[in-house]
Design a protein around this ligand. Structure first.
Ligand code: CAO
Length: 582
């Protein structure tokens, strides 16, 4: 039995790379070549393999630690007989396992760029352009490494050191940086190609004026690039160096390691399949990569996957496991309810009781559902119901439509309601406000949203600056916006910026309902179908056309008395529309 230190092997010029994954724990039996940890730099990620068989006794690193060549990763208990040629016990000489086993950095490689045309000096022909070939740098002895991502496209302006493609072996992935600046004229590889050192990767048309280097500086830049490429190449070679017994001179015989058996990593510790830059991007946004399904080849998580997941979370149509465990799921059916102290959502096998058909909820329903859910839960709603006498207004609307028959614009009650609500909002400004932290933001503009029923779900187009528009113009705009909504062609600008919303079910039916406030607005008017009702005028009952109104308001901002006054004023305007002018 011997206790040996397992150290980080030669990882080229990379200093202080981060430990992003621990793949083993104390007590685990590990085999030579088995991956122990994953480290990551800006441009490469790699697994560090074990250099001997044994049992992990102690981990010497934790997530987030920075390591470099020679850092002790863990203490491994070996049988003492195996690996004696490669492993050093802690009590032995200063030569360590990892350093003795790691290959020396690759010998200086060929320059990674080769000018196709003569490189003129900047001073001689400052505006001349040249074509520059960018080749695969020294990536150790790796053969036929797969191109898994193209990070640029023809026409892109490329800077020195900008990543061009991502390549991947079994144990490491790395981005290949450009060795020159210029405009990408042609990419010479495509996804799935296998590349080797020296393969032509891209052709740049470099403007000497932009790069402004002399032949001397070209040379020094090439050297810098060369060392950079060599360093990155050695990341791969060291990652793949599983033969700890191989002497430095035997680098050329090192083979790509075979995949670890599937059970080498538990499902929990499985590394999400993504390139270093995607990992970095995900880290910046705090996106849990392990919860994403990759859309790239072999399930690789792409930049777009991270973007679209982030968008879904922001829109409330998706949630992370962490959010769900806090009860933040957007869909009632999937939220546990536990965080609110509620019973768990019932899980029912509906098919047990009869035939069923399962259909996904439409995208719009998911988005509006998540918003409605939040608003319902977060806003203390109260709804006041009232009736407005619209007998005269309806007569006026009908005659107006007759007069305007040829114009093609039909005026509905909703257009009058918009105008009447603007007058009320002016009189009761808190209804046209929004809560913002500890402040109430009063808006001096009147943008009225109206709920539109579409085949895909509820949408709320907005009539902007309704206070400056007449009923005819509002009717026309409403018709256009409602059509766009039904055709799914509303732009985001046409659905944002509302200060108050009206939801009219008047064309359909019903008496009253409780509309949900469209946050960050603080009130919403629901309208149902007008009907003739007997109304007492002090002497007799007369038939009047009555419009049912339902005003929901945020009790944090509005008091019941103000809401009753708002409804009463609205009723007065609708019963005598001349009041809108007052
Ligand atoms: N009382 C009686 N009749 C009414 C009425 C009312 N309050 N409001 C409208 N009508 C009549 C109209 O005059 C029209 O009749 P004619 O065809 O005889 O002229 C008919 O009902 C249809 O009107 P409309 O619905 O096409 O027009 P609108 O301007 O009233 O509404 C729109 C437009 C887009 C808001 C509506 O089509 C719609 O989508 N409503 C549903 C909104 C909704 O779903 N709200 C619920 C949100 S909460 O889930």
């Amino acid at each position: 039995m011997a206790l040996i230190e397992i150290k980080v092997p030669d990882i080229g010029d990379f200093a202080d790379v981060s430990v992003i994954e621990l793949l083993v724990k104390p007590g685990d039996s590990v085999k030579q070549e088995q991956s122990l940890i994953t480290v990551e730099s800006d441009k490469a990620s790699m697994e560090i393999p074990c250099s001997a068989n044994g049992i992990v006794r102690e981990l010497k690193v934790k997530l987030g630690d920075k390591v470099h060549e020679g850092s002790v990763l863990l203490m491994l208990e070996t049988s003492g007989e195996q690996n004696t040629s490669t492993a050093q016990s802690t009590s032995s000489s200063s030569a360590s396992v990892a350093t003795s086993s790691a290959p020396t950095p690759s010998a200086p490689s060929a320059p990674t760029t080769a000018p196709l045309a003569n490189v003129p000096t900047a001073s001689a022909q400052p505006s001349t352009s040249s074509l520059v070939e960018v080749k695969v740098p020294d990536i150790g002895d790796f053969k036929d490494v797969s191109v898994i991502e193209l990070l640029v496209k023809p026409g892109d302006a490329i800077e020195v050191d900008q990543s061009l493609i991502t390549i991947e072996s079994d144990k490491a992935s790395m981005e290949i940086p450009s060795s020159a600046a210029g405009v990408l004229k042609e990419l010479k590889v495509k996804i799935g190609d296998k590349v080797n050192i020296g393969d032509l990767l891209a052709v740049l048309s470099g403007s000497i004026k932009e790069q402004s280097f002399s032949s001397a500086s070209v040379q020094s830049q090439n050297q810098a690039i060369q060392s950079n490429s060599t360093a990155q190449a050695s990341v791969i070679s060291s990652a793949a160096n599983t033969s700890v017994a191989a002497p430095a001179s035997a680098v050329s015989t090192i083979q790509l390691p075979s995949h670890q058996p599937a059970n080498a990593l538990s499902a929990d510790t499985k590394i999400p399949h993504a390139s270093p830059s995607v990992r970095k991007f995900a880290r910046e946004l705090a996106v849990p990569l392990e919860e994403l399904k990759g859309s790239g080849p072999k399930g690789r998580i792409t930049y777009e996957d991270v973007q679209s997941f982030t968008r879904s979370v922001m829109q409330g149509t998706a949630s992370t496991k962490a959010q769900q465990s806090k009860g933040g799921s957007s869909q009632g059916g999937s939220a546990s309810g536990a965080a609110l102290g509620l019973l768990p959502w019932p899980v029912v096998d509906f098919a047990k009781f009869g035939p069923i058909e399962r259909k996904p909820i439409s995208r719009i329903k998911k988005i509006s559902g998540a918003n409605l859910h939040r608003n319902w839960v977060m806003i203390p709603h109260v709804t006041n119901h009232d009736d407005a006498d619209i007998t005269e207004l309806e007569a006026f609307r009908v005659s107006t439509n007759k007069e305007n028959e040829k114009s093609g614009v039909k005026v509905t009650m909703l257009a009058f309601l918009i105008k009447a609500c603007v007058a009320c909002l002016k009189k009761f400004p808190e209804f046209n406000s929004s809560l913002d932290g500890g402040d109430l933001v009063y808006k001096s503009y009147y943008n009225i949203g109206f709920a539109a029923d579409t085949p895909n779900g509820l949408m709320v187009p907005v009539i902007k600056n309704a206070d400056t528009k007449g009923v005819l113009q509002i009717s026309q705009e409403m018709g256009e916006l409602a059509k766009k909504a039904r055709d799914g062609k509303l732009s985001p600008a046409e659905m944002t910026g509302a200060t108050f919303t009206i939801s009219s079910l008047g064309g359909i039916g019903g008496r009253y309902f409780n509309p949900i406030i469209n946050a960050p607005e603080v009130s919403i008017l629901g309208v149902c179908k007008s009907t003739h009702q007997p109304v007492w005028n002090g002497r007799e009952f007369t038939p009047r056309l009555m419009l049912p109104l339902s005003l929901s308001w945020d009790h944090r901002v509005i008091d019941g008395a103000a809401a009753a006054r708002f409804n009463a004023h609205l009723g007065q305007i609708l019963s005598d529309f001349r009041r809108v002018l007052l």
